[in-house]
Design a protein around this ligand. Structure first.
Ligand SMILES: Cc1cc2nc3c(=O)[nH]c(=O)nc-3n(C[C@H](O)[C@H](O)[C@H](O)COP(=O)(O)OP(=O)(O)OC[C@H]3O[C@@H](n4cnc5c(N)ncnc54)[C@H](O)[C@@H]3O)c2cc1C
Length: 385
């Protein structure tokens, strides 16, 4: 194999590309990861607030995230890095009959897929999340095995362990072309050169569509902007991620938790969506979320916000990722469209891609790939996207 020949080229050193590189290298597969930015995780990964849940509404996302949860929760023992993993659980709160009905209906799918999740009545929810506004609270779901970790610390950890095991990384380099011969991938072209490979994984996040077009393929991935923020650290007073799925005139769901060092980290889904790749934060966001957060938990009114930021969700029409081989081009694999859950999906997707490339897929993998196929109709909608 020549110096510029790799078993696999991964486009994107983000939430998906980083763990994928590590798991491939662990199997003796030599990947080259190429990223246009200067260091690991500088796309959407660093914008994520660190929530990791298997509490979804479709079996594929549940299975992938159960695997991610196993990896995040045992990371420090297995690899030695502190990634600020905390098992605080997720609490989806219901204040109206609509949300109670939606969440209870989802419980059946979630429990059938093997999730540890149940319904808490109003008093139980108030015990779990002290400080929640009592007004109108009906209860909600609680999944104690979900948790959180630091996206920046885990990106560093995935990167360092991947390099140790032989993965190569090229930063500040942009993939500009795909080289194909008779319907098969044979290499990639970048602004700095070219590399031979028989396998390319598109893990380009919000930029997945333009990368896909380089291969002559189209994927329905459209980025939209979401803003997040963090407060000053305060004494520990809550453990779960709290998610409020009630829509308002200007936003859909929002979620927040107290991370390990004590700050409250929060994020909101604007409505209508802000489509595009603009990552500059705005002044509209904080008043919008502050009102909702203080409404839900009045004691947060006195906590100072330290910083806000904006990042991109790589959205698909149905809210589920697109993972699988391209029938049209041998050697080309999609790992895109992670929507608002790419951080939590990343390690599970990385393991799945590794089993695909080592021909060790399980029966569960086959159904996950059938659900996430690029060939699907994109007709349904994942309820907790
Ligand atoms: C405010 C906010 C909060 C969020 N909170 C959470 C959360 O709590 N939990 C969760 O799971 N998810 C969360 N997300 C979503 C999560 O951040 C994304 O889904 C995830 O990071 C996407 O992962 P990815 O690997 O697909 O993309 P990225 O992490 O963006 O990686 C893609 C990489 O590809 C590179 N790239 C693209 N095109 C090229 C090219 N042509 N050449 C070279 N490199 C290229 C980019 O530079 C980028 O680094 C949040 C997102 C935002 C914005």
């Amino acid at each position: 194999m020549g110096a510029d020949t790799y078993d696999v080229v991964i486009i994107g050193a983000g939430s998906v590309g980083l763990p994928t590189a590590l798991f491939l290298a662990e199997q003796g597969i030599k990947p080259l990861v190429i990223d246009q930015f200067a260091s690991p995780g500088q796309g959407s990964n660093k914008a994520a607030i660190g929530g990791i849940r298997a509490t979804h509404s479709t079996p594929a996302k549940i299975h992938l995230c159960l695997e991610s949860l196993r990896l995040f929760s045992t990371w420090e023992q297995a690899y030695g890095d502190n990634i600020e993993w905390a098992q605080g659980g997720y609490a989806f709160v219901a204040h109206r009959e609509e949300e109670e009905r939606t969440l209870k209906a989802l419980l059946q799918v979630q429990q059938a897929a093997g999730l540890n999740i149940g319904w808490l009545n109003r008093e139980q929810m108030l015990d779990l999340v002290p400080g929640l506004n009592h007004d109108g609270l009906r209860g909600g779901t609680y999944s104690p095995e979900d948790g959180s970790a630091s996206p920046m610390m885990s990106a560093r950890a995935f990167y360092a362990r991947a390099v140790e095991r032989g993965a190569r990384f090229h930063f500040n380099e942009r993939v500009t072309g795909l080289i194909r011969r008779r319907g098969t991938v044979v290499g990639v072209r970048t602004n700095k050169g070219g590399y031979a490979t028989e396998t390319v994984i598109n893990a380009a996040g919000a930029w997945a569509k333009s990368v896909s077009l380089l291969a002559g393929l189209d994927v329905p991935v459209v980025p939209d902007s979401h803003e997040a923020g963090i407060t000053e650290p305060v004494a520990k007073f809550m453990t779960p991620m709290v998610v409020d799925i009630r829509p308002t005139d200007t936003s859909k769901n929002y979620y927040f938790y107290q991370h390990k060092p004590g700050g409250i980290v929060f994020c909101i889904t604007p409505d209508p969506p802000i489509v595009g790749t603009d990552r500059r934060e705005t002044s509209q966001y904080l008043p919008m979320i502050a009102k909702r957060m203080v409404g839900l938990m009045p004691k947060l009114a006195n906590v100072k916000v330290r910083r806000t930021w904006r990042g991109l969700y790589p959205m698909t029409p149905d809210g589920s990722p697109i993972v699988g081989r391209a029938d049209e081009l041998e050697g080309y694999i999609h790992a895109v469209g992670m929507c608002g859950q790419g951080y939590m999906l990343g390690p599970g997707v990385g393991k799945l891609l590794t089993r695909m490339l080592t021909h060790t897929e399980t029966a569960d993998d086959a159904s996950t790939l059938a659900e996430l196929t690029p060939k699907r109709a994109f007709a349904g909608t994942e309820a907790l996207k």
